[in-house]
Design a binder for this molecule. Structure first.
Ligand code: BTN
Length: 268
């Protein structure tokens, strides 16, 4: 008998789901990038809650035009969201994604799981998940948001490039066993649904409070590369929009909207 394909498994899985945030799945065995495909669909007015998911990505994309290595074993999906909110509020969506992943991992294994600002999820200090948000606005309102989530779930770390291996891990690598892909996805979508509802209900303070409880960054010495400048100092807080507050070495308080966060004291 032939083996059931990934696309067929997603189709079966979707029939068992009853989660408000999910409307339908568009699944692939292999694709260039789920974010890219989701954007293509969103431009054709695809509905809110559509999830583009792929077993493998050939051109997975990360923040700052980096590559997201996406071999079999990982979880790669992009959800199209159409919240009726002003553009400025979208900055919280990737933090919601990170919080959902962080809580999902913590609920299944006793691991040291933390979030590095703005939305990297780390296990024992190594990156296990990255999030890429892309959006389109009209006037001051969001038309759509693509929330792309990549997780090294059962990824065989030995096949990743040396520089990635050095700073990353997979969940299976940390716990020593492979996880059920669909159980994990189910739990993650339940969490995403929960935090998205809080977001729509404008419970921003509660979201940030939970984010801070899981923060790996607050209190650390950092350099933030915003692409126009490098700001170094101590990360002291995250505000209601998810912006990082840094106290510079000369005591100046800076609010950082986005950037690449580098830790200065690696042993912390
Ligand atoms: C980062 O940390 O740089 C963000 C990585 C985001 C990777 C995910 S995998 C699913 C979606 N499709 C992509 O091409 N990228 C995101």
């Amino acid at each position: 008998m032939r083996e059931i394909t990934f696309v067929e498994k997603i189709s079966d899985f979707s029939k068992t789901l009853d989660i408000d945030i999910v409307s339908r799945f568009v699944a692939f065995e292999e694709i260039s990038s789920t974010n890219f495909k989701a954007k293509e669909l969103a431009l054709k007015n695809e509905e809110h809650g559509t999830i583009v998911i792929s077993q493998v990505q050939k051109k997975g994309r990360g923040r700052f035009e980096r590559t997201w290595e996406s071999p079999e074993g990982g979880l790669y999906f992009s959800i199209i969201l159409k919240p009726k909110i002003e553009t400025l509020k979208a900055t919280l969506l990737p933090l919601i994604g990170a919080l959902s992943v962080c809580n999902t991992i913590s609920s299944i294994a006793d691991l040291y799981v933390k979030i590095k600002w703005p939305n990297d999820v780390l296990i024992n200090g190594k990156k296990v998940c990255g999030i890429l948000l892309e959006s389109e606005s009209e006037k001051n309102n969001l038309k759509y948001v693509i929330l792309g989530i990549g997780i090294n779930l059962n990824t065989d770390m030995s096949i990743l490039s040396p520089d990635i291996k050095l700073i990353s891990t997979s969940i299976s690598n940390e716990i020593g066993i492979k996880l059920n892909y669909f159980d994990f996805l189910n739990k993650l979508l339940i969490n995403l649904d929960k935090y998205y509802k809080m977001f729509v209900e404008e419970k921003f303070e509660s979201i940030i409070k939970e984010w801070k409880n899981n923060s790996d960054t607050i209190g650390k010495k950092v350099v933030i590369d915003t692409s126009t400048e490098k700001i170094s100092g101590t990360a002291i807080d995250v505000d209601e929009s998810g912006f990082l507050i840094v106290k510079t070495d000369v005591g100046e308080i800076k609010k950082i909207t986005s950037g690449d966060c580098i830790y200065l004291d690696k042993k912390e």
